[in-house]
Design a protein. Structure first.
Length: 369
């Protein structure tokens, strides 16, 4: 029988005498084996999401500070990183990205380490990285600064995602570390279509498209399939869900490709993963707003296995009670909240493919602190 991956968990309960959530995070990392990694005189990339302008669900900078301080205590040189987005928004180049991070509270003062945008000013500073066991790619296009680091740490805000079902650890690594060309490659088979009888011609989707791919004609929106980069940004903007992924296979392909990119990022160097299960919004932090959390704050997870970590996070979420007055109101309860939140998504596709290419395991042992 193959050995299960160890995933460590602690909830958000605190007491006056036992320290706060940040102390619990450091303890969680220690128990999960953080100190087993050699940081001495090495650069450590801490991959996180700084939040889109207007979004309030992203992780507070204090979580990043705890990780950075721990790296420094072990002799390493940490930096926070993320790569630029493909879609129009406040993080589409390094200048705007750093300004957004600062506005959301991420600074050298608040996090005790610098921020480097992984793929440079315009998202073109990339490096080709071999994909171990890749079925869709032999090489991935990853932000250079991410790959220049000796140690890789992911710090993920776990939540839902309108295309991939979950915005978890594997997605944070695979999509988040891709350069602009890499993101195009990941998205290029996932172009949306408009259900014309549902579209009300409001034009909201056009405002978020960075590629001029949406054309309003006779009060109905159309997607120019040649211009569309398949970023998916418009899908969650539509107030009547007229924009939908074009076909099931496209999403599956995106999911599998993302797992392969994640595998390229972590292969061949020490890596460690942390997920924070709070403010669990139905959609990604890439949006300029966040809907109400659909679940209560659950806790924090840490592991050397990013796949097992995501499986554990999904299981914990599916055991928790759903919150009312949220996106989930009136939706089916099948026992899989992320499937019910976005009926076209299938989060298992990413993780099953990740297991197939040996990025991590499905079987895990949950060790509760
Ligand atoms: S039309 Fe294509 S490129 Fe434009 S927002 Fe939608 S998915 Fe992205
Ligand atoms: S946001 Fe939706 S309803 Fe409005 S124009 Fe776009 S597709 Fe049509």
């Amino acid at each position: 029988m193959t050995e299960k991956s160890k995933v460590f968990f602690t909830d958000f309960r605190t007491s006056f005498h036992g320290g706060g959530i940040l102390q619990k995070l450091e303890k969680l990392m220690k128990k999960a084996g953080f100190e087993e990694m050699d940081f001495q005189n090495r650069f450590a990339a801490i991959k996180l999401h700084f939040g889109e302008e207007g979004n309030l669900a992203y992780l507070r900078p204090q979580y990043a500070r705890i990780v950075a301080d721990y790296v420094k205590k072990l002799g390493g040189t940490p930096f926070l990183t993320d790569c630029n987005t493909l879609y129009a928004g406040s993080r589409k180049n390094a200048v705007e990205h750093l300004a957004t991070a600062a506005m959301n509270g991420f600074s050298a003062e608040s996090t005790h380490c610098p921020i480097l945008i992984g793929d440079g000013l315009k998202g073109s500073d990339e490096i080709l990285v071999p994909v171990p066991n890749g079925l869709h790619f032999k090489e991935a296009k990853i932000g250079r600064a991410v790959m220049d680091a000796d140690v890789f740490i992911s710090l993920t805000h776990f939540k839902g995602h309108e295309k991939m079902g979950i915005g978890g650890c594997v997605k944070n690594i695979g999509m988040g570390c891709a350069s602009r060309a890499g993101k195009m490659e990941l998205h290029s088979d996932g172009k949306p279509l408009v259900e014309e009888d549902v579209c009300i011609g409001c034009g909201e989707c056009q405002k978020c498209c960075a590629h001029d791919a949406l054309i309003l004609c006779n009060n109905k929106m159309h997607v120019d399939q040649d211009k569309c980069a398949g970023c998916g940004s418009c899908i969650s903007i539509c107030p009547v869900t007229a924009l939908q992924p074009s076909w099931r296979q496209a999403d599956k392909l995106l999911d599998e490709k993302t797992a392969e990119y994640a595998s390229a990022v972590v292969a061949g160097r020490p890596h460690f993963h942390i997920s924070i299960l709070n403010n669990i919004s139905p959609d990604c932090d890439c949006h300029g707003q966040n809907d109400a959390p659909i679940l209560p704050d659950i806790g924090m997870l840490a592991s050397f296995d990013p796949v097992a970590l995501d499986y554990a996070a999904c299981d914990l979420c599916n055991k928790a009670p759903r919150l009312t007055h949220t996106w989930m109101d009136g939706k089916e309860d099948s026992g899989d909240i992320f499937k019910d939140a976005h009926r076209h998504s299938h989060w298992q596709d990413t993780l099953e493919h990740a297991v197939k290419i040996s990025l991590g395991k499905k079987e895990y042992e949950l060790i509760v602190l």
